[in-house]
Design a protein around this ligand. Sequence first.
Ligand SMILES: NC(=O)c1ccc[n+]([C@@H]2O[C@H](COP(=O)([O-])OP(=O)(O)OC[C@H]3O[C@@H](n4cnc5c(N)ncnc54)[C@H](OP(=O)(O)O)[C@@H]3O)[C@@H](O)[C@H]2O)c1
Length: 397
Amino acid sequence: MQSTRQRVRLRTVQRFRWCRAKGSADTPSISLSPVTPPSHGLPLSMLRWWDAFEQSDFARSIPLGNRYRERGFSLAELNDGCLSGKVVLITGATAGIGRETARVVAAAGAITVLGCRNEAKGKAVLEELTASSPGADVSLLPLDLASRASIDAAAAQFKARHTALHVLINNGGIPASASPLRLADGVEECFQVNHMGHFQLTLALLPLIKASSPSRIVHVSSSAHRYAPLHERWLSLSFLNDDSSHSMVERYGMAKLAQLSFSNELHRRLQASGCTQVLSNAVHPGIVATGLVTDNARNNFGPVLGFLIEVVMGLRNKVMAYDVTDGALTQLYAAASHNLTTGGGYYVPIAQPWRIAHPLGDDEAFGKALWTFSEELLARSDDTDSRACANVTAGSQ
Ligand SMILES: NC(=O)c1ccc[n+]([C@@H]2O[C@H](COP(=O)([O-])OP(=O)(O)OC[C@H]3O[C@@H](n4cnc5c(N)ncnc54)[C@H](OP(=O)(O)O)[C@@H]3O)[C@@H](O)[C@H]2O)c1
């Protein structure tokens, strides 16, 4: 015998399912029993709210049951030998999503090159991968994305060792530090490591990537690109390096938006030059349980804020993040899936095409301006760095 409370609950659930199945916000025509007080029915506004939530960037970033895991891509796709014998370079392969991506591509038979700035960590990962995939062809490439000289040396070393590059995964990254911001090679550190380092590396290796086509370039961006300022003024060294112009969240947003915009502009240029077999795509891996924010929190954000960030982000990693296995899937899709045949896309977990949340992300004029600005930054002398820094210091006084 059902209690009144149970009957009310059952009817509420039925009403919820009915509305969802109908796919409409209309009031259902079933008559509700008089024992159901209206206040116990699930309000339709709540259904709309839930639908909106499910379609949001945030919901896409976290594992919501199996709903998103089931679609897009699974590792079984790599069993057909699509990566066998292909040369794959992954930046930031010593930790988190990059290490997992390297593990999968090495196991799938690719000639796997680990771009890493920390030799000891690189060797440990190399040993781990050769142990888990005996016979795998894995090697290290010293690469510090914070340094133009290191990137030049890495590109030269790569070209001396390999005659092809089929997949470049621009994965390495850091969060932005709190105020005072840090510079790397004269440029705000987060922008340098996430965007500039990969811009320089990609251009240096592009002739080889084109000669190896069909080939792919994967840019690991983030849904945090939406935090970049809406105006274009930040395409200037003095703005980027000026602590008072932006918050640390905006700094990370600018770096990630730049990666996204670079991916799209590169796609347009490849198309225009007839290189239709070189695919440039960007991904947001999701909120993934790695040490991206927590590992260096006290160093980056100071002891108090750092501790709080460790606690909050640690909790976030435990309750609402993808594990690295699932977190690597979207970039593996962009790197290897036969189902992906076009460039210029933006993919979110798991392997779903998605909208860019920032108006500048897909803006052609902005893409061109960012490209020119990035080339100018690469071409500058150290003298220009000191002048820009002097201007910033003078401007902020
Ligand atoms: N985790 C997330 O929730 C999330 C969400 C959106 C986007 N992403 C993006 O996903 C990518 C991978 O992040 P993750 O979560 O796997 O972070 P992670 O665990 O901290 O790994 C970052 C990797 O980048 C490397 N790296 C950092 N600075 C470098 C430099 N100057 N030169 C070369 N390599 C450098 C690190 O090397 P070391 O081992 O030497 O430190 C490490 O291998 C990043 O681009 C990140 O922005 C992550």
